[in-house]
Design a protein around this ligand. Structure first.
Ligand SMILES: [Zn+2]
Length: 49
């Protein structure tokens, strides 16, 4: 969750929250890739690397 501070810079959120959100977005993207790799292995396919 972002804090209630409204900053006109960096998309309306403060710098620490902006970095946190960016890190979460990267983390979830990696989670999705891990999950699809696992799905492929379960079905006998090879994950593209
Ligand atoms: Zn903040």
């Amino acid at each position: 969750m972002v804090c209630a501070k409204v900053v006109p810079l960096s998309g309306g959120i403060c710098q620490p929250c902006n970095e946190k959100i960016r890190a979460q977005a990267q983390g979830s993207r990696r989670d999705i890739r891990d999950r699809s790799d696992r799905e492929l292995r379960k079905h006998g396919g090879k994950p593209e690397k």
